[in-house]
Design a protein around this ligand. Structure first.
Ligand SMILES: Cc1ncc(C[n+]2csc(CCOP(=O)(O)OP(=O)(O)O)c2C)c(N)n1
Ligand SMILES: [Mg+2]
Length: 554
């Protein structure tokens, strides 16, 4: 049967179990999506169309692929605006499918902006559908890449959505995705080092979450009795109430990174970025990289061994090898858990103190602590924003399940938390979903808040209202920082709870620490009936949080 490309794509998306597509108009595939009954989540701008789909892929660890559409073609404002979302997805390795109009045949090279070159810089694959009958092939390749190997965005440009082809010529079958298992010799070499180590450290990255390998990580850590740190993006890959959990950042993490002689990195590239650690004295340590992507071997720092393959297979193979060598008993126990506890207690003491603070303006750590108290941490989703909320939550928030918290940022583009909270609600409707933001993050969200009302998404936006754009480093007026730009307008100038309340949100403005818990409870209550909430906590400026090792203050 002859169908047009847009219809073919829509049907294939249904075959691939894509339940909805986030969008901002116009994309010529959209009408077919409508006709074929694929629901569209209408965002208020193109960047958010990408970000919601991106976050959905992240939160479901690629088990469900987020898909978005936006304007493309010649002089496409939508694509240029969406670029920020795609760049973030690419830098963070998120398997999102972006569908856009392609520059039509005969129109290439006529504009200043070269679409293909630009899209190639932010995608695992940029596919330009040059013939309608290639629709099944392109979709097959797209889903293969989205589900196999290192995760990353795929962008498909459709120059003529109305062109037709014979749907029966190359019938589409859903793609499963493929994984690889490591070379046993590499596993043996890694275990040689691990068992000989005096102070091994496991450094877990997001690959563990994508591989669904949290249980395997726990089992290996217990078998070799090694402390575990996770990257920001992997926060929650290891249960943070586990006696071997050190942290994401902070003095205790620095202590273990310094002290370790062997670092086993699993599902992390170990590339020091703006929001990750550098390995101190890396050349003096034995570094073993377990990663799905060989491009990370020997990147930035020398590595002694690499175990290349899916993180779950790698962890299982390492476990088996350790078990075989030690007759199942693992590495000699030592007092690792007690040492981890002591290091955590010492490093976290200053935060635990302010988590109980009764001061006004409210200390932000009091809000985080009360949030942990109010939420069922096994049935909720929390995410941060760029700025202090990221730095502080990733220092103290206890995450008990994978994706109970979404840490994001190799690139941390302001406003992404709202997209993440929306995606989490779509992925897990029964879980509470909370975005914690500062005022700069809130400004990015404002236009998109309407979506929550229209879609009846019961999400809470927690605003740590500190009257400044703190951002990175010592924050606010700290020496060498940004004394001229941090101060924009504070809670005395605008009452955001009134502004957002007028939209239809349940809103509150909270000044008293004793009111934090009741206000959060009321917010979560209204969320249960599908109404979004915005709670503004009038907080002090408190730029204190755990640092990244070897990254300075920037
Ligand atoms: C799109 C984008 N532009 C710039 C930045 C740099 N940046 C990081 S945090 C921040 C200000 C954060 O202020 P606020 O939201 O009030 O959070 P606070 O740190 O005060 O809690 C800026 C400008 C960014 N992360 N994203
Ligand atoms: Mg602020």
């Amino acid at each position: 049967m002859t169908i047009d490309v847009a219809t073919g794509i829509s049907r294939i998306l249904k075959q691939e179990d894509v339940g909805w597509v986030s969008t901002f108009p116009v994309c010529r595939v959209n009408n077919a999506l409508g006709r074929e009954g694929v629901p569209m989540l209408m965002m208020r701008d193109d960047r958010y169309a990408v970000a919601v789909a991106d976050a959905f892929s992240r939160i479901t660890a690629g088990s469900r692929i987020g898909v978005c559409t936006f304007q493309g073609g010649v002089n496409a404002a939508g694509m240029q605006y969406a670029y920020a979302g795609m760049a973030q997805a690419y830098e963070d390795g998120s398997p999102v499918l972006c569908i856009t109009d392609g520059v039509p045949a005969g129109a290439s090279g006529n504009s200043q902006y070269d679409v293909a070159s630009a899209m190639k810089t932010v995608s695992k694959w940029f596919g330009y559908l040059d013939r309608p009958e290639r629709t099944p092939e392109f979709m097959r390749r797209a889903f293969t890449m989205l589900r196999s190997g290192r995760p990353g965005p795929v962008i498909l440009a459709i120059p003529n959505a109305a062109a037709t082809y014979d749907e029966t010529a190359d019938p589409y079958h859903p793609v499963k995705g493929w994984k690889s298992a490591p070379d046993p010799a590499d596993v043996r070499a890694a275990v040689d080092q691990l068992l000989a180590a005096r102070n091994p450290l496991i450094y877990a990255g997001e690959g563990v979450i994508y591989a669904g390998a949290s249980e395997d990580l726990k089992a290996l850590a217990e078998l070799v009795n090694a402390p575990v740190i996770t990257t920001l993006k992997a926060k929650g890959a290891f249960p943070e109430n586990h006696p071997l959990f050190v942290g994401v950042r902070g003095d205790q993490v620095a202590h273990y990174l310094n002290k370790s002689d062997v670092i086993l990195a699993i599902g992390s590239s170990l590339s020091p970025g703006r929001f990750s650690h550098g390995i101190p004295e890396a050349a003096k340590k034995t570094i073993i990289l377990c990663n799905v992507d060989e491009l990370h071997i020997n990147k930035m720092i020398p590595m002694a061994h690499a175990v290349i393959g899916d993180a779950r297979f790698a962890l299982q193979a390492l476990r088996q090898e350790v078990s075989d060598r030690t007759s199942g008993s693992g590495r000699s126990p030592g007092n690792v858990a007690a040492e981890v506890k002591a290091a955590r207690d010492e490093a976290l003491a200053r935060y635990r103190q302010v988590m109980n603070s009764d001061e006004t303006p409210i200390n932000p750590y009091r809000v985080y602590s009360d949030l942990m108290q109010v939420l069922d941490l096994r049935k909720s989703f929390v995410t941060h924003e760029s700025g202090n909320t990221r730095d502080q939550l990733s220092t103290v928030f206890d995450t008990l399940i994978p994706r109970g918290f979404l840490g994001w940022g190799n690139v941390s583009t302001l406003g992404f938390s709202l997209a993440a909270a929306i995606a989490a609600k779509k992925a897990f409707p029964d879980r509470a979903s909370v975005a914690v933001t500062g005022e700069a993050g809130l400004g990015y969200m404002l236009g998109n808040l309407e979506v929550l009302l229209r879609e009846k998404l019961g999400i809470t936006v927690v605003h740590i209202s500190n009257g400044g754009f703190a951002g990175y480093g010592p924050g606010f007026w700290g020496a060498g920082h940004d004394p001229f730009t941090h101060q924009v307008m504070g809670p005395d100038d605008v009452d955001m709870s009134k502004v957002i309340g007028a939209l239809g949100f349940h809103t509150e403005r909270v000044n008293e620490p004793a009111q934090v818990v009741p206000a959060l409870r009321r917010a979560l209550d209204v969320n249960a009936s599908g109404r979004p909430a915005y709670i503004e906590f009038i907080c002090c400026q408190y730029p204190v949080y755990g640092q990244w090792v070897g990254r300075g203050e920037g």
